[in-house]
Design a protein around this ligand. Structure first.
Ligand code: SF4
Length: 414
């Protein structure tokens, strides 16, 4: 039976999000391993076995990624829209990234913040972070994603906890997207008020990962892979994972990402899982995507994730251009950013007096020309430049309810 003919119920019935039960003999979603084996396996083991052993759910997901004629793609889109409506109504959560620091000790060939890129860098002080956050709050945001390069000296545990604590009174949901840390290091950040942890594996292909990450602690593939579980143990209630499309063949990374989602549903069953599907954007360093992913393929991927995981949040950022975002939003997306800046201080210009240039990790005297902006360099170029208000208007005009504030925390028991 072709995948588009399967009923919603048959897909949804395999999208289990439940507590692991020890002693149950056969896992409903696994071909080769017993249930006890699965719950004791790391995702690294699951990933390495993936070419030979895929669960029924992941096999169906993979079928959905095969090239489809227009009619079948339209059927996938209809199913995806219906499932999104069933599970999320017409709500669309809006969030904004707030870049704290673009210092980084890693060399990731595709990233503007790579250590060896001679870019303008800064780490905002806590008061500067508060100023940036006030700007976002005035625009309506109550959900913020704090982003920083990986640099324990500038953006370590205590600094992150201080930033979160300073923003907690004004934001209902604070997530962090920083270098992977240990459970012990996450604890004070959670205690300060952060509820979300976002970490993309970038690519699930170990060989390519090794080629693309040439220096720094990020070279440790498995440490990154297990990050969501360490965060869950520390108390994060929202876990965001993703792949950066353009580094590896997109179907390959999508299947591994889907397997990761399935795994986290079992291991971190109390967390809300979100999936991001970013494609590479131009950035300092001029890295070019190694593999293409067309707009049509991205749309198909959104539908495939929604059909396979009806309750998962799907995130679409301003990396994609406005017209494409407008087309993808009704298909299955549930969280979007708007009016984003990817440079620290980008919303208010705060921190400009401390902006400096680094060359191969060493600070050199700034070399600004007269009249030149003293802003730090952004991580990548955004594509949809609409303001938050414009984005909210678009959503309302198209029947969506923009959600600026997540009420989960207010309703959660103390
Ligand atoms: S992707 Fe992250 S770790 Fe890599 S250079 Fe960019 S900021 Fe640093």
């Amino acid at each position: 039976m072709p995948p588009f003919c399967l009923s919603t119920e048959s897909w949804a019935s395999e999208n289990h999000c439940f507590k692991p039960q020890k002693g149950v003999a056969a896992a409903p979603s696994c071909q080769r391993f017993s249930w006890d084996e699965i719950v004791s396996m790391s995702f690294a083991e699951v990933l390495d076995a993936l070419p030979l052993s895929r669960s029924p759910l992941i096999r169906k997901f993979a079928d959905l990624l095969a090239p489809q004629p227009d009619l079948q793609l339209e059927r996938m889109a209809q199913m995806s829209r219906a499932l999104t409506y069933q599970n999320f109504g017409h709500t669309m959560r809006l969030f904004a990234p707030l870049y704290l620091s673009n210092e980084c000790i890693n060399n990731c060939q595709y990233c503007g913040f790579s250590r060896d890129n001679p870019i303008l860098r800064v780490t905002l002080g806590v008061e500067e972070v508060k100023a940036e956050a006030r700007h976002l709050a005035r625009a309506g945001f109550r959900q913020v994603l704090l982003v920083a390069g990986e640099h324990p000296k500038f953006a370590g545990r205590d600094y992150l906890a201080d930033c979160v604590r300073a923003l907690a009174p004004d934001f209902s949901s604070i997530a962090i997207e920083v270098g992977p840390m240990s459970t012990e290091d996450y604890l004070p950040v959670v205690e300060a008020g952060a509820d979300g942890l976002v970490v993309y594996q970038e690519t699930y292909d170990r060989g390519l990962y090794g080629e693309l990450h040439t220096a720094g602690p990020k070279r440790d593939f498995n440490w990154r892979l297990d990050c969501a579980e360490r965060g869950y143990k520390a108390g994060f209630k929202r876990l965001g994972i993703g792949a950066l499309f353009g580094l590896a063949p997109w179907q390959q990374d999508a299947i591994a990402l889907a397997a990761h989602v399935e795994y986290l549903f079992k291991r971190c069953w109390q967390a809300q899982i979100s999936i991001s599907l970013p494609r590479l954007r131009p950035a300092a360093g001029e890295f070019r995507p190694r593999f293409s992913m067309t707009d049509r393929e991205l749309g198909q991927l959104v539908c495939a994730f929604r059909i396979t995981f009806p309750q998962v949040n799907l995130v679409l950022s301003t990396r994609e251009r406005a017209l494409l975002r407008d087309a993808l939003i009704p298909l299955g997306v549930t969280m979007i950013s708007a009016g984003s800046h990817t440079e620290p201080g980008g919303y208010t210009g705060r921190g400009s007096e401390n902006v400096h240039r680094t060359v191969r990790g060493k600070i050199v005297a700034p070399d600004f020309q007269d009249g030149e902006d003293r802003l730090a360099t952004g991580q990548f170029e955004i594509s949809d430049e609409r303001s938050p208000a414009e984005m909210a208007s678009f959503l309302r005009e198209n029947g969506f309810d923009p959600v600026w504030k997540d009420w989960d925390q207010a309703l959660a028991p103390a």
